[in-house]
Write a protein of this length. Structure first.
Length: 466
């Protein structure tokens, strides 16, 4: 007597044969294989099929004709009831039924489309999305400053040759596997080094929001754009200046200001969200509340992985292998799948609650609990704009932009002379025309008194967040 077990990820029972079950066979072939039994009901009782011999001829032929694969079809018997076993092996190439791709996930069959289908097809070809060429991008789209930033970080990490910067850019990118054999820039290359990655991929963003008592109470927010190689630095700077607290304590006579959250752990979590993001999906989102932070990025776990797998020792299986390789060479990450462990270790060393990791809403969510003392500290919106990137864009210099914001952080209202001194710009006419006027037009600055040249009481004020 054959042992009849419950249905599972690899076993499906059908009471009678229908041609639509070719979809289930397709799903098993595209996944890890499985078995379909014809003549067994949902209660795992063998009820048999009256036309077993005919089906033994029809089913194999239909599998070959419609799916292009061969499956083992066996005739079995229990208590004079004939039933059929269809044993489907996993296929190394994508299989479709009438032009539609099906996939077995858990105990259900899914019809693949959109980004899920693209991901599946690329995986079958041994490639990832970031490995694909961006057909209309050229080397003119590359930001040389971003490349120089990478050279500096990689040299410091000693993970590339010391003379890498001596070669022309095309040779460098070829050696880094950032161009195709035809010389086309890959998607990863544009994400890492483009002047404007959003020109190619509109959702290359890291959104940060400060919430009050509920998700409806958005107090202020920032959107970080630009290349993903330097994104973590920008995000950390904004978090430290506007969203998080650095409590002060003293060790002897030394004043210590440590970020409320272990900084290296937080940076590692941000790196993970950038590296493993599905860049055809939604922006990365970091929500800051009184009692917690929630970081979410869209992107599926590797096949066969669970959150439990990530929390234990596991091999490195990056969602975007080219991006992960550049982050490794820059010294940002390790290549041994220890990212999650490093995050947790940082919290344990500080005696803090460890973060909570979840696979949800098509991505990975990390919840970081803030300490009770910090959670009870009232926080108000900062008196400088959330549009820091816009200020940088208008002024054209990140250094000058931060000097301006720092000035207004100290003083609510500033004279032209104050701004001139802080920025080190003595030509006040140019200061007015090139910097202050565009900031006024963008409603980032406002004048307390009428805009009258050389007015003795003229004061500039940075517009506060509403």
């Amino acid at each position: 007597m054959n042992q009849i077990t419950q249905e599972s990820q690899n076993i499906e029972y059908k009471q009678s044969w229908r041609d639509e079950y070719l979809k289930w066979i397709c799903g098993f072939a595209n996944a890890s294989g499985g078995k379909i039994y014809i003549g067994i009901d949902d209660d795992c009782h063998v009820v048999g099929v009256p036309d077993a011999k005919k089906l033994m001829e029809d089913i194999p032929n239909k599998i070959v004709n419609y799916l292009g694969i061969v499956a083992d079809v066996n005739l079995l018997n229990e208590e004079d009831n004939d039933y059929i076993e269809i044993n489907v092996s996993p296929s190394s190439v994508p299989i479709s039924y009438r032009g539609v791709y099906h996939y077995r996930s858990g105990s259900t069959k899914q019809e693949l489309n959109g980004s899920a289908l693209q991901h599946f097809l690329l995986k079958r070809l041994g490639r990832t999305w970031d490995d694909l060429p961006c057909e209309w991008a050229t080397f003119d789209d590359i930001d040389r400053d971003a490349v120089a930033y990478f050279f500096k970080k990689a040299a410091s990490a000693k993970r590339v040759a010391n003379n890498i910067a001596d070669d022309d850019l095309q040779t460098v990118f070829q050696n880094l596997d950032l161009v195709t054999e035809e010389g086309k820039l890959k998607n990863a290359t544009l994400l890492l080094f483009a002047k404007r990655p959003s020109r190619f991929f509109p959702l290359v963003q890291f959104k940060i929001g400060r919430f009050g008592k509920s998700d409806d109470d958005l107090m202020f927010q920032d959107i970080v754009e630009g290349n993903i190689l330097q994104m973590a630095d920008k995000v950390m700077d904004i978090l430290k200046s506007k969203y998080l607290i650095s409590p002060i304590h003293y060790e002897g006579l030394q004043r210590i200001e440590s970020l409320e959250i272990p900084e290296e752990s937080l940076r590692e979590a941000i790196f993970n969200s950038i590296i493993h993001k599905d860049y055809t999906g939604a922006p990365i989102q970091l929500s800051v509340y009184n009692d917690k932070l929630i970081l979410w990025n869209e992107g599926r776990l590797p096949e066969g992985f669970t959150i439990g797998t990530l929390l234990g020792k596991h091999p490195s299986r990056p969602y975007n292998k080219n991006i992960a390789d550049i982050f490794f060479k820059a010294g940002f990450i390790e290549a041994w799948g220890r990212g999650i462990s490093k995050i947790i270790e940082g919290f344990i060393q500080e005696g803090l609650k460890t973060p909570i990791f979840e696979a949800t809403m098509g991505g990975i969510m990390v919840t970081i609990i803030r300490s009770e003392a910090i959670a009870s500290t009232p926080q108000v919106p900062p008196k400088y704009p959330s549009s820091t990137p816009q200020v940088i864009q208008i002024i054209g210099s990140e250094d000058l932009a931060h000097k301006l914001l720092s000035l207004f952080k100290e003083k609510e209202e500033c004279k032209l002379a104050d701004i001139s001194n802080a920025l080190g710009l003595n030509d006040r006419k140019n200061l007015r025309e090139l910097y202050l006027k565009p900031l006024l037009e963008a409603k980032i600055l406002e004048l307390k008194y009428p805009d009258v040249p050389n007015h003795p009481k003229q004061m500039y004020r940075l517009v506060a967040i509403k």
